[in-house]
Every structure is written in C-alpha cells, then in structure tokens.
Write a protein that binds this ligand. Structure first.
Ligand SMILES: NC(=O)c1ccc[n+]([C@@H]2O[C@H](COP(=O)([O-])OP(=O)(O)OC[C@H]3O[C@@H](n4cnc5c(N)ncnc54)[C@H](OP(=O)(O)O)[C@@H]3O)[C@@H](O)[C@H]2O)c1
Length: 566
C-alpha cells in the first residue's frame, strides 16, 4: 500500500487531501497539532482500502517532527511514497502594526514546517521509487498581495525552496510539485484576524483587507476541489507548479510576463487600495544600511556618501569597521557616515541602533530623520538540502529574510510620517531555484514576495520599495565554509559540479561596485515617474534569470541546468 505523510491534516485542504488519498487506497499519516479532531469516521473509508492515521505533532518542532517521521517509517518498513507539506497559517493586515512574534510564527509554520518534515522524510523518499514531495503554496506565492506582506513572503520563500529542491531531487527519482490554490474556504481565514488599527494611519488598508477577505470568502473554493489536484500531483501528475482556481491561474500566467509595477497597479485597482504617492527624495535625512563591514554594504555606504547622502552604516561587529573607515577616508566622505552596531538577527541590537537614530532627530531635527533603508546584510550557505545542517538553514533564513523583515518593521514607524525609500538587496537567486541553493533561494524569494507586497501598504505613505538583484560578484560572502554536503553522499556529483560553477561565476562576476551604484541610484531623482524600479537585476547572469522567470517552463530550465552541470 502506498504511504503518505500529510501535514495540517485535521482541517481544510490537508484533511480533504488525506481523506481523498485514503479513498484512492493510500495509507495516510496525518500530522497535526489537533490530530484526532477530524470529522472522518472509519466507516467513511470502508471499502476503499486506505486509511488516515492521525499523529499529534507541531510541525515547527523539528525534533518532534523527526520522531514522528521515524515512528511512521517504523510501521512502513522504511519506505514512504509521498510527503504533502500542507500545514500553514495566515497573518493578514498591516505589516508595521503586526506584532513581530506573529510574523516569526508564520514563517516557522509555513516555511520551517515544510522544511522539517521534508528533511526528515528525504532518506525514505529517496529509497522509494517514484516518490513525491508536494508543497502547498498559495496564490500569494505567485504574486504580491496587499495586507499580506509577511504571508506572501512566507509563500514565496516556500516556492523558491521547493524549486531548488526540484532540481536536486529529480536525478534521484523524487518528484516535487507545488500546489497554489486561490482562496479556499477553510479555517485558515477564521483564525487570522486582520492586524491593524481601523482608525490608525493604515485605516484604508485595514478596511480594504477586511472587505477583500469577505469577498474572497464568498467566492472561495471548496477544499474538496483543491484536493482533486493534490491527489493528482501526489499520484504523479507532471509539472512543478499547479495553480488551482481562476485567480491563481491568472497570476501564474502573469508571472514574469506582466512587470511587477503593472501588476501592482492592476491589483491595487481590483482591491481598492489607496493611491500610492511618489516617495520624496528627502536629500537631508539619513539612510540606514545593514551589513556594512564588507562587500556591497561597504561599497553602498561609500557610494551614498559620495553622492552627498548621510548614512548610518551598521554592522554586527564594530571591531570589523577598519576597511569601511579606510574606504571612507580615501573617498574623503567620513564626515557623512555614522557607524553603528546592528546584528539583524538580534532584536535588542536593532532597537538600540534605531534608538540612536531617534536621538539624531532630537538633536538635529529633519536632518536626523531616517529617510531610507538598505537591507543588505546577508549570508550564504549552500549544499543539498538534505545534507545542509539545519542550523545553517536557520542562519540563512534568520539573517537574509527575517533580518530584513525585522529591520524594516523597526524602520517603518520612523519613515512613514515623511516618506522615504526602502531597498532590499535580493539576488538573482530570487528569480529561480538552483540545486544546492534551497535555503538561500528561500530567503531571497521570501524577501521578494515581502517587498513587493509591502509596496502596496507603504506606497500611500510616500514610501517606495525597490529590489536590487545582483548575480554572482566576488565579495566576502563566498567563504570556504559556505559549502556543505557529504563527499560520498547521494548528491556528491551534483553538489561538486554546482560548487565549481558557483566559484567560476563569482570569479567572473566583475566589479561589485556596480551593485552599489544601482542601490544608490534608487535614492536619486528616480527612474520611472520620479520613482525607483521595483526590480533591478545587476549583472548578465541576473538579467538572464530575470528574463527566464515565469517564461521558460521549469522543465526546460531544469534540463538546461542539468546539462550545464554535466
Ligand atoms: N556577492 C554576491 O555574489 C551576491 C549576489 C547576490 C546577492 N548578494 C547579497 O548581497 C548582500 C551583501 O553580500 P556581499 O556579497 O556584500 O557579502 P559580504 O561581503 O559577506 O557582506 C555581507 C555583510 O552582511 C553582514 N552580516 C552577516 N550577518 C549579519 C547579521 N546577522 N547582522 C548584520 N550584518 C550581518 C556581514 O557582516 P560580518 O562581516 O560581520 O559577517 C557583511 O557585512 C547579501 O544580502 C547577499 O545575499 C550577494
């Protein structure tokens, strides 16, 4: 009998999928916090040959997930035909007014949960012919949506991670599928109240999300109609992405074809968002930059200062400020830059840095205001997902993705009263997954979905959000200890070929200061109607991947990558 683990199986899409798989003869293990609450009666499955066995487990608890998967494998003799990573929560409303603990929880469930169960199951999936990983994303993983900045960030992250996984697992015979349902009538909506003050600065957004939710609920799909697709992909339907419902199919078709700015205007109109205002250039305020001890962050600081901007250059370890100080002195702009300590993974240090910025306003008035933010701090850790230490995956997600969200969360109340610009240094990895890059791709896709969605809510306050996406450039990020994996392991050949390709790409990447110029350009007069582009790939590789995204079918991209890696 074929066996599957389905997470979030006590309700909604997970429950419908578990039951339908059982009707198709599968033995299903339903992981859920509320295991046992299913409405399914054993008699419902009489005569079908399949079963659903509930197992109580919190998908955010990695050790508990590992133990639960081990218990499943003990009963199946070590084989497993499918993992359906479905558990998810939704946090809706104003990003700035949503407690950060809830945002963190959202990522732990939607991204961390999918990662934990997949990692624990991978050895068994590899050992089972024709096995599948099915990941439930959302229409919010295909396009940005207003009032759902963190939710879209989490679903985009899942998409980038799963796309990378699809490259890695295909040669080993494990298929990967992503299902993107439009609005579905499930408990996901009941539990998620809309965050935000209905009388506060974001009142129109709060109202539009509430009205939009009511409308979406009225025409939401039945979970049973999604489970038909879920069963089909679990049973082997080909293709990576499977949008379900009209809006999801439309967003899927628009990906990569309709520019982000145009999509934003259409979605804004359809969801009745307040019109966005062009962000003022604010030449006198302060631009805060993260990760300035080296690489792009250092160059960005120097370039902004050269262009006459005041910069708060932050870094997690002030003992590493020497190269920045030297570069500023050489450019003769040291007087424009204040160096502060900020570790983007440490909330206390973020608060401290912003408290310092608040003191500048007390001392200098408008000249001390924060008018710009560059989310640049980042780390790389690559390797086959199954062999990448969980702590490394956590470090990448915490720094690149949650660090960006946390610093933006702290900056927004300081910028909203007067407007400004936020630039996120993403990556060409935010355009497409690649083998061994699953954690990093998740982090950068998450930043992309978050930034694009945030633009809806901060646009009416005169804040523009831009993404700069560099290809590979030779900076300090390429450390020898960035590569992980077992030399004799099942992914060894792929990982080695990929590591060689990465090193070559970084060496050939050219002068990294072009990235600094692209970022600094976002704070200049503006490019489109006085505003920065939403996306700005930098480097040939980045432009190529940007052009391929959503246009070249994933199957073809996978074959090209496989051929290039030999
Ligand atoms: N280089 C590339 O090929 C490339 C391509 C695409 C995108 N990117 C992105 O560009 C950004 C900058 O990278 P880079 O290439 O300039 O690499 P880099 O030279 O290693 O710079 C990364 C910076 O981030 C800092 N950082 C790391 N963890 C931090 C934390 N927890 N809190 C605060 N700062 C932290 C590092 O500080 P420490 O010195 O303390 O480690 C360093 O200053 C990253 O977001 C990266 O993902 C790079």
């Amino acid at each position: 009998m074929r066996t599957a683990i389905v997470t979030g199986a006590a309700g909604g899409i997970g429950e419908a999928t578990a039951q339908d798989l059982a009707r198709w003869g599968w033995r299903v293990f339903g992981f859920d916090l509320r295991a046992g609450e299913s409405t399914l009666l054993p008699s419902d499955l009489a005569g079908f040959g399949g079963s659903v066995e509930p197992i109580r487990v919190d998908v955010t608890d990695r050790a508990a997930v590992e133990a639960a998967v081990a218990a499943v494998l003990a009963t199946t003799g070590g084989t497993l035909d499918a993992v359906v990573a479905n558990a998810g929560i939704r946090v809706a409303g104003v990003f700035e007014e949503t407690p950060f603990a809830q945002i963190r929880r959202l990522f732990e469930v939607n991204l961390g949960g999918a990662m934990h169960v997949t990692r624990a199951a991978l050895p068994a999936l590899r050992a089972t012919e024709g096995s599948r990983v099915v990941v439930v994303s959302s229409v919010g993983g295909l396009s940005a949506l207003p009032g759902l900045a963190a939710y879209c960030g989490s679903k985009w992250a899942v998409e980038g991670w799963a796309e990378s996984l699809a490259h890695e697992l295909h040669p080993l015979g494990v298929g990967v599928a992503i299902v993107e349902p439009a609005s579905v009538r499930t408990g996901l909506w009941d539990r998620g109240a809309v965050h935000g003050d209905p009388d506060g600065p974001y009142a129109p957004l709060v109202e539009s999300v509430e009205v939009g939710d009511d409308r979406a609920w009225a025409r939401a799909l039945d979970p049973a109609s999604v489970s038909a697709t879920m069963v089909a992909v679990t049973e082997g339907r080909r293709g990576l992405r499977h949008p379900v419902g009209l809006t999801a199919r439309a967003r899927f078709a628009a990906r990569g074809i309709v520019p982000a700015g145009v999509q934003r205007r259409i979605i804004s109109r359809l969801t009745h968002q307040a019109p966005s205002m062009a962000s003022p250039r604010n030449p006198d305020g302060v631009i805060i930059v993260t990760g300035c001890s080296s690489g792009f962050g250092l160059d960005i600081t120097v370039e902004l200062a050269r262009r006459g901007r005041r910069v708060a250059a932050t870094m997690r370890d002030l003992a590493r400020r020497g190269p920045l100080d030297a570069a500023l002195a050489e450019a003769g702009v040291a007087d424009r830059v204040e160096v502060l300590r900020m570790d983007v993974t440490d909330p206390a240090s973020i608060d401290e840095a912003f408290a310092q910025a608040d003191r500048w306003v007390e001392l200098a008035g408008d000249v001390g205001r924060i008018v710009g933010l560059v989310n640049n701090a980042g780390v790389v850790s690559v390797g086959p997902f199954e062999e990448l230490p969980p702590a490394e995956v956590g470090r990448v997600i915490e720094t690149n993705l949650l660090g960006t969200l946390a610093v933006t969360h702290a900056a927004l109340p300081r910028m909203r009263p007067h407007g400004g610009r936020i630039v996120c240094v993403s990556s060409s990895s935010g355009f497409g997954g690649l083998p061994t890059w699953s954690a990093y791709a998740a982090s950068k896709w998450g930043v992309e979905g978050f930034a694009e969605s945030l633009a809806f809510e901060v646009g009416p306050h005169g804040i523009d959000v831009a993404l700069v996406e560099p290809g590979a450039f030779p900076t300090g990020i390429w450390r020898d200890d960035s590569w992980h994996g077992y030399p004799g392991g099942p992914y060894a050949a792929l990982a080695e070929a990929m590591a060689d390709a990465d090193r070559r790409a970084a060496e050939l990447g050219g002068d990294p200061t072009v990235v600094a110029r692209a970022v600094a350009g976002c704070f200049s007069g503006g490019l489109v109607g006085g505003r920065p582009w939403t996306r700005r790939p930098v480097g040939r590789g980045a432009w190529l991947r940007w052009a391929a995204r959503g246009v070249v079918p994933f199957g073809i991209q996978r074959r090209i990558v496989a051929r290039m890696l030999g």
